[in-house]
Design a protein around this ligand. Structure first.
Ligand SMILES: Nc1ncnc2c1ncn2[C@@H]1O[C@H](COP(=O)(O)OP(=O)(O)OP(=O)(O)O)[C@@H](O)[C@H]1O
Ligand SMILES: [Mg+2]
Length: 600
């Protein structure tokens, strides 16, 4: 019972209205921390998961084995959640969603999602800033009620920033009446930059959400053929599926328990929102679609045929060249995530996936000889190109408005567990450092105790199988002071990540082959362009000759019509009176005549 009390999300602060709703122990059980524990209840569900694992011949993730995390995590869990949903709150939320007051407010503003129909509707003046919106606008009502607002899109993030600036300024003004007049004025001017709709009221509300239970749709069996269960996580079961229509294989993650209407609904949506914004990089697992079915959340992702890094290192550890590739790929993925103002917050070997493709593209066999045949021959036999990808985006949050729900404590830096969120980018770097250490054979990583603290103080042994440089880079990435850790951009300057040295022969050969294909394509295009140019020149010559022999009247007429053509748009564009139009016609004639004269 005390476990629930500690981690149930019951906040005693007056602004949380959950205390009434969580009145029975059963209700409290439902309000577990946001950390994805759908399949688990502390009493016995672990066994259920173990059974599922055994049935599917899978290895139970260390996180699902009984563990005692550092205490801060549970304490932190007290403040992490959205107000637990009850039928009452869901009703309230959906009623609120039906009465949008503003086209854009600070939290939900996002121009991207407003269809042209609404943007162009009479009376709807849209701009890139939040504006008051008439209550009676039916078209916008429909849009608002028909879709979620993804808080991670660039526009939403921008609006969050603006809102922060306003709120922060307002708060400072409230508490600091003694600001010198000039400074105060300057701040007001800055404030006005963000808002020239001074009458725009502050709106403090979470981005509106469609109730998942209202958007259930049955797609799974209709659109996919289930091939096998490929993984079980805390959040969901992951199936390998074949799409009946496009014939491609996907990984479909299905929440273990129904999430619609539960306090986990937002958690599930968070992963979808993050995927939708971040699914366009080679080193981030690609996202295709998501939907709710039987109140479960389903996410259709790219299928990574190499499984997870965690599964991989259970067979063998990576050698230094492979670690370099891993580092290069994941740092690229992180750079992409960070460049979107977002952080992963649960980076670890279990959330890194591998895809394998044959080293040599089949189409290069009959290509021209570019002098690299020896290289191809050498690697042709067995090699695969491995691409590492960041997956499981359930903990992604924005750095500007962080809703941090820390991931696996084995990979997290101390400052996060102490709720210091000033350097969130560097938290991901720490986790990557720990992942590298584990992948090189330094695991299993401690979950707590003195060992856990030693790792956070930089007091852990170098790995003998790694070079001095690599060991020192891992130490730098896991430095106790987040400011000393490299960023996802500056890490590429490290000698270890020298672009040539960090690639295996197979990779280089693969890249070469791809470039060669591009070259071939360009050559073909060049040839085609040359042909077209030649035929154009051939057809052009007789025309010029013909023109020379034409009578002056014809060429004059051509010149005159050209003059009219150039004049016409001016006429049609201008909204002049009839008299003016006539004047233009006369001018036009005079103009053509004068040209005619000049020509002669
Ligand atoms: N795109 C994918 N391709 C191949 N396998 C996958 C993919 N996504 C997930 N899996 C498999 O399913 C397992 C669980 O996936 P995932 O980490 O996304 O779930 P989770 O519920 O969020 O887990 P946890 O919270 O424990 O990290 C992975 O460890 C992996 O074995
Ligand atoms: Mg995972």
């Amino acid at each position: 019972m005390d476990v629930y009390t500690e981690s149930s999300g019951v906040d005693t602060s007056p602004d949380m209205n959950s205390s009434v709703e969580i009145s029975s122990p059963d209700r409290m059980k439902a309000v577990l921390p946001r950390k994805l524990t759908f399949g688990l209840s502390p009493e016995g569900d672990t066994n259920d998961i173990s059974k599922q694992y055994n049935a599917a011949n899978l290895v139970l993730s260390p996180r699902k084995q009984p563990s005692i995390s550092p205490p801060y995590r549970r304490v932190r869990a007290l403040r992490l959640f959205d107000t637990p949903a009850t039928p009452k709150t869901i009703m309230q939320k959906s009623t609120a969603a039906k009465c949008p007051k503003f086209l854009y407010n600070h939290e939900n503003a996002n121009l991207d999602f407003v269809p042209a129909m609404v943007r162009e509707a009479p009376g709807n003046v849209l701009c890139d800033r939040p504006r008051c919106f008439p209550l009676h606008n039916q078209a916008f009502d429909n849009v608002m009620n028909a879709a979620n607002i993804n808080p991670f899109t660039p526009n939403s993030l921008l609006m969050q920033n603006k809102k922060r600036s306003r709120t922060q300024l307002g708060r400072e003004n409230l508490h600091n009446n003694s600001l010198p007049t000039n400074a105060f004025r300057e701040r007001q001017q800055n404030f006005a930059k963000y808002s020239d709709d001074e009458d725009l009221p502050e709106v403090h509300q979470a981005p509106k959400r469609l109730a998942l239970q209202d958007s259930n749709i049955s797609r799974y069996a209709k659109e996919f053929v289930e091939i096998s269960l490929i993984g079980v996580g805390e959040f969901g079961l992951v199936y390998q599926c074949l799409n009946r229509l496009d014939g491609c294989v996907y990984a479909i993650k299905k929440s273990i328990k129904p999430v619609a209407g539960s306090s986990f609904e937002k958690t599930a949506l968070n992963e979808v929102w993050a995927h939708a914004v971040l699914g366009k990089h080679d080193n981030v697992v690609r996202y295709y679609s998501a939907w709710a079915e039987d109140n479960h959340m389903l996410i259709q992702n790219e299928y990574c045929n190499g499984g997870s890094l965690q599964a991989f290192i259970q067979k063998r550890f990576l050698v230094e060249s492979e670690l370099r590739t891993l580092l290069l790929h994941i740092a690229e993925g992180l750079k992409y995530i960070h460049s979107n103002g977002l952080v992963h917050m649960d980076l670890k070997s279990g959330n890194i996936f591998l895809t394998k493709v044959p080293a040599r593209p089949a189409s290069t066999t009959d290509s021209y000889d570019d002098g690299f045949e020896d290289v191809y021959d050498e690697v042709e036999s067995a090699e695969y190109i491995i691409t590492y990808k960041i997956g499981d985006l359930g903990h992604v949050t924005s750095v500007k408005d962080p809703q941090v729900e820390e991931g696996d404590c084995r990979y997290l830096p101390k400052e996060i567990l102490q709720e210091d969120f000033k350097h969130l980018f560097k938290a991901d770097i720490f986790s990557l450092g720990m992942t590298l250490y584990e992948a090189a054979g330094g695991g299993p990583l401690p979950k707590n105790g003195p060992e856990w603290h030693k790792f956070r103080e930089g007091d852990f042994p170098d790995l003998p199988n790694l070079s001095k440089d690599f060991n020192s880079l891992i130490k730098l990435m896991t430095h106790p002071d987040p400011e000393c850790r490299p960023s996802s951009t500056s890490i590429f300057n490290h000698a270890i990540l020298n672009p040539i040295e960090s690639k295996t022969k197979a990779q280089l050969s693969h890249e070469l082959a791809v470039e060669r294909q591009k070259n071939e394509l360009l050559l073909r295009k060049l040839k085609e362009a040359k042909k077209i140019l030649k035929s154009y020149e051939q057809s052009k010559t007789p025309v010029t000759k013909r023109l020379k022999h034409q009578s002056p009247t014809v060429s004059d007429r051509q010149l005159r019509s050209y003059t009219r053509k150039t004049q016409r748009p001016v006429l049609s564009r201008s909204r002049r009176g009839l008299r003016d139009k006539n004047k233009n016609v006369i001018d036009d004639r005079v103009f053509s005549y004068s040209i005619h004269q000049t020509h002669e």
